[in-house]
Design a protein around this ligand. Structure first.
Ligand code: EPS
Length: 387
């Protein structure tokens, strides 16, 4: 048993759908936590006009009864409240209106490669699905995965570590409680001063018609060792996490723990020495590996970093080419955000949760949630895990 999910939906179509398969039966879901995650993804200084239109809520269409999972596929629907404004342009059926095509691909977007690949003439046929609006469905799916993980003692948190040229100071030993106020920051940064500087940076660059990228970090606490496997490339948890996080729109880099930093250090300053105490069991005093060794969790907190490029829709467009005339032209101009790094961090939590929940399902199996708990308890007993 694993956890699988897929999403469907266009940015300005009628709505988004996610189907999550593989949750055990009998898992109690927290409706407020689901709503909270959807709202958290919509926060963040630097979002554009669209967020004033949408207020995302999750409509569960299957797989849940009276607040508990049935062990069957869970289908969720997130409506696009902007759709009535796009009814003619995005209607699934032919309309009695002239709908203008867009022929001005944006550098950095999926527009041109998608147009060539699928043989479309209208850039909209590509951008609608490439849009980061799709992440609303991922967060809905991820929130279900988080619910499962929470029930087995794993919590997932995120914060923004960089926006444009403003970076947060490195904070190595964060615990779950350190993330309590992070959603109160306008940019989901942990430090109030840094948060203020990031807001200033966004405002300054927005005035210059620029967009901004940045970085975020996701941490997971409470993982047992041995999730994932060193046995095959496809089982390695670090590879699975990197793929999942890199699949988030605009993410261009993923590092695990101090992945980039240890590349330049001697081995003696790169690894986690191993300790054992009767009352504590196995433990480490450092976590440069970000909780992963050999493609498996090692029982320390999981730490994932992602780097995001600036949004490719610019209010001062870059040079492009009209795909019909082949003449030089400015890229298309659309309503847009200045930065999405705070929202992307919440999406990062969702993707990490989906990978971890899948790996837990593979390791501990079970059709009912009680089976999962029994298998997890037996495993902890066998390895002498005391946390
Ligand atoms: C997006 C462009 C903007 C964002 C959108 C992602 O939408 P619009 O083109 O309608 O102004 O607001 O993100 C969301 C709608 C969302 O819910 O996150 C893009 O091109 O990726």
């Amino acid at each position: 048993m694993t956890l699988r999910f897929t999403t469907a939906g266009e940015s300005h179509g009628p709505g988004l759908v996610a189907i999550v398969e593989g949750l055990p039966a009998g898992l109690e879901l927290d409706r407020e936590a689901l709503d909270r995650d959807m709202a958290r993804r919509q926060l963040g200084h630097g979002r554009g006009g669209r967020m004033k239109i949408e207020s995302d809520s999750v409509d569960i269409r299957s797989g849940v009864r009276h607040g508990r999972t049935l062990g069957t596929p869970v289908a969720v629907l997130v409506e696009n409240r902007d759709y009535p404004n796009w009814d003619e342009r995005m209607n699934p059926w032919p309309v009695d209106a002239e709908v203008e095509e867009s022929h001005l691909p944006r550098p950095g977007h999926a527009d041109l490669a998608g147009l060539l690949k699928f043989g479309h003439t209208d850039v909209r046929n590509v951008l609608e699905r490439a849009s980061a609006r799709e992440t609303a469905a991922r967060v809905a799916a991820g929130s279900l995965a988080k619910g499962f993980l929470d029930a087995v003692g794993v919590s997932i948190h995120s914060h923004v570590t960089r926006i444009g040229s403003v970076s947060a100071p490195a904070a190595d030993d964060l615990g779950p409680d350190d993330f309590e106020g992070v959603d109160d920051s306008a940019v989901r940064a942990l430090d109030a001063d840094v948060s203020g500087l990031m807001v200033e940076e966004i405002d300054r660059l927005r005035k210059e018609n620029e967009s901004l990228g940045g970085m975020f970090e996701v941490r997971a606490f409470g993982l047992v060792p041995g999730i994932g496997s060193m046995t095959s490339w496809s089982e390695k948890l670090d590879g699975r996490l990197a793929q999942a996080v890199c699949s988030i729109q605009s993410v261009k880099g993923v590092s695990l723990g101090e992945g980039w930093e240890v590349a330049g250090r001697p081995g003696s300053e790169a690894h986690e020495e191993i300790f054992f105490l009767e009352e504590k069991g196995w433990f480490r005093e450092t976590n440069r590996a970000g909780g992963l060794e050999g493609g498996m969790t090692n029982g320390e907190p999981l730490v994932v970093h992602a780097a995001i490029k600036p949004i490719s829709t610019l209010t001062k467009p870059l040079r492009s080419v009209d795909t019909e005339t082949k003449e030089p032209a400015e890229a298309m101009r659309e309503r847009t955000d200045s930065t999405v790094v705070p929202a992307a961090a919440v999406v990062g939590e969702a993707m990490v949760a989906l990978v971890l929940a899948g790996a837990y399902r593979e390791k501990f199996g079970g059709d009912h949630f009680d089976d999962v708990c029994a298998a997890l308890a037996a495993y902890k007993e066998r390895i002498g895990w005391r946390r």
